[in-house]
Design a protein around this ligand. Structure first.
Ligand code: PRP
Length: 219
């Protein structure tokens, strides 16, 4: 029985496709520029589905996909009880960080925090005993402090160029991020051999191909 493999569209996809291909799960046609979202694999009778990162855990949790590849930043926002997190691929490396306008001290006082990483941000500031108001945004968090919507942001930082371009500086690291393989709980039992082969194949290719240095790539 083949696997349904959920992939995070966008930059993670670009980085994980060489791994997937080298491990024997190459799509039968090119994903580049295609409007299709479901691709059979060349061999093995598997299929790849390409969805938004935040939807990968949902597909895997409900068993619509057996396995998925998704950034740890996304997993931090998801209730991970519904699936197993089995493998760190070591690709898509970046950091989840706090950032504020250059020179602004946010170490004291009440704080308005703009982010799409609501759970991770809340956990982080709660652990510090900080009173914060979390302002959920879907993206482009960097302009929130400029528009006086927030005092700081919690966002993904890779090269730091986006922060710099918007007059912000990175402050504290909340989490080191990389791409992970997640597995549906029932699939782990019912398709054990296929799932294990998938994980072993990716582990071997990740060890061979993954960039070693953080910052060399991002999720
Ligand atoms: C991410 C993140 C930052 C940027 C950081 O956005 O939200 O905006 O990348 O990268 P840098 O440090 O190399 O500049 P992305 O482009 O992934 O789009 P998103 O808003 O959909 O997350």
């Amino acid at each position: 029985m083949g696997l349904t493999i959920a992939l995070n569209r966008g930059r993670i996809l670009k980085e994980c496709l060489p791994l997937i291909t080298a491990a024997g799960y190459a799509p039968a046609e090119s994903l580049d520029g295609s409007r299709k979202l479901v691709f059979p694999t060349v061999t093995g009778g598997h299929r790849l589905i390409v969805v938004r990162g935040s939807d990968v855990p949902t597909y895997v949790e409900y068993g619509a996909a057996d396995v998925g590849i998704v950034g740890k930043d996304t997993l931090l926002e998801h209730d991970t009880a519904g699936f197993y997190e089995c493998l760190d691929l070591g690709i898509g490396r970046c950091r989840l960080m706090t950032a504020a306008p250059v020179g602004v001290d946010i170490s004291r006082g009440p704080l308005r925090v703009a982010t799409k990483f609501v759970r991770a941000a809340r956990r982080y500031f709660e652990a510090q005993g900080r009173q914060v108001v979390i302002i959920p945004l879907a993206g482009a968090m960097e302009i929130a402090p400029l528009m006086n919507l927030a005092d700081c942001i919690v966002d993904i930082v890779d090269t730091g160029n986006t922060l710099k371009a918007n007059g912000l500086e990175a402050l504290e690291t909340i989490a080191e991020i990389s791409s992970r393989v997640i597995v549906n709980r029932a699939s782990m039992k019912l398709k054990f051999d296929e799932v294990q082969a998938f994980i072993d194949g990716l582990r071997a290719q990740a060890a061979r191909l993954a960039p070693a240095a953080p910052g060399a790539s991002r999720a």
